[in-house]
Design a protein around this ligand. Structure first.
Ligand code: ASP
Length: 330
């Protein structure tokens, strides 16, 4: 055996964990679910939105099938949605009552519980990547505001200068009627690990300094070994209800099917008792995909092993990524 191959064999034998962490190729099931926010009207969705989703599903499917981690798939998809300017996140964020943007985002690794989040950011270029910096490079879960941004700058998060932000990133007033467009993702990788993330500019009419549910672990973003979730809607209610954590605990403690757990929290509690708008995407460790909205709908897309790319604005019938035999890991 050539020396180089021998070295690789030894490395594989010694470092299976490290190798797997970089490339998950163990299981034949994987899936990616995306959302582009709660909808009041179908008209909020343009061909550009649909094209963006289709592209992200194709790219996400390719990378997960090749062994990318769920965390990387979630970060990559949300980063592109933030940069698109088409949705209320990152570059496309709405402005607050004083006319400037403050962004929120979070990410969670279901396998380890590691989490990162940022809130009320004014200069961070990609809030989801900044959340990842908090998770990967600090002992904390959440960094906020101007002083949080100073720390993030030192930790290497990419910044946009405020003057450039207004010229490049908030080029024109956003139409007031476009209320939603928070973005989120949930992924299952070939190690069997789940991850979820959410990113937003928040609600039009929000006060400076207001923080919504999107950077709150357990409110908008949650992932464990059973389920990964990302929510959109009136964040105040998702915080009060600890909504995504509640759905996950209904699955864990009560043994409820994912759809029944999501229905209860999104429709019965938030939609029914609180009379507040909201929606959630959920992905189970078995590849089950649940899209749930208590109003008109949610812009969603899903793809996975045995699950051709699907997207829409209404709740779909049950979807599931299934195991798929391929040649990638052989
Ligand atoms: N949940 C977001 C917030 O309250 C807004 C949204 O999802 O549309 O900040």
């Amino acid at each position: 055996m050539p020396a180089r191959s021998l070295l690789l064999v030894i490395l594989f034998a010694l470092l299976p964990g490290a190798v797997l962490a970089q490339s998950c190729a163990g299981n034949s099931t994987w899936a990616l679910v995306l959302h582009g926010g709660y909808l009041d009207y179908e008209e909020e969705v343009t061909p550009a939105h649909r094209a963006l989703l289709a592209r992200l599903l194709e790219e996400g499917n390719r990378s997960l099938s090749s062994g990318a981690s769920a965390l990387d798939a979630v970060s990559a998809a949300i980063r592109v949605m933030e940069d698109s300017g088409l949705l209320d996140a990152g570059k496309g964020s709405i402005v607050n009552t004083e006319g400037f943007t403050e962004t929120d985002a979070s990410i969670m690794d279901g396998a380890t519980g590691r989490s990162g989040a940022v809130a009320a950011m004014q200069q961070v270029r990609n809030p989801i990547l900044a959340a990842r910096v908090v998770m990967d490079k600090t002992k904390h879960v959440l960094l906020v505001g101007a002083t949080g941004e100073q720390s993030l700058r030192k930790l290497g998060a990419e910044m946009v200068e405020p003057s450039n932000w207004y010229q490049e990133y908030v080029p024109a007033p956003k139409p007031v009627e476009r209320k939603h467009g928070t973005v989120g993702a949930a992924a299952l990788d070939r190690c069997g690990h789940l991850a979820a993330g959410t990113s937003t500019g928040g609600w039009p009419g929000k006060l400076p300094g207001r923080v919504g549910d999107s950077p709150i672990i357990g409110a908008s973003t949650y992932a464990d070994t059973r389920v990964a979730l990302s929510a959109t809607g009136v964040g105040e209610y998702f915080i009060k209800r600890a909504a995504t954590r509640d759905i996950a605990m209904r699955v864990q403690y009560l043994g409820l099917p994912l759809k029944a757990a999501a229905d209860h929290v999104v429709k019965t509690l938030i939609g029914g008792e609180d009379k507040a708008e909201g929606a959630v995407i959920a992905l189970g460790a078995d590849g089950e995909v649940v899209i749930n909205s208590n109003g008109y709908g949610i812009l969603w897309g899903a793809v996975g092993a045995g699950l051709p790319a699907a997207s829409g604005t209404q709740e779909p019938p049950p979807l599931r990524a299934t195991s798929q035999v391929d040649n990638i890991s052989r």
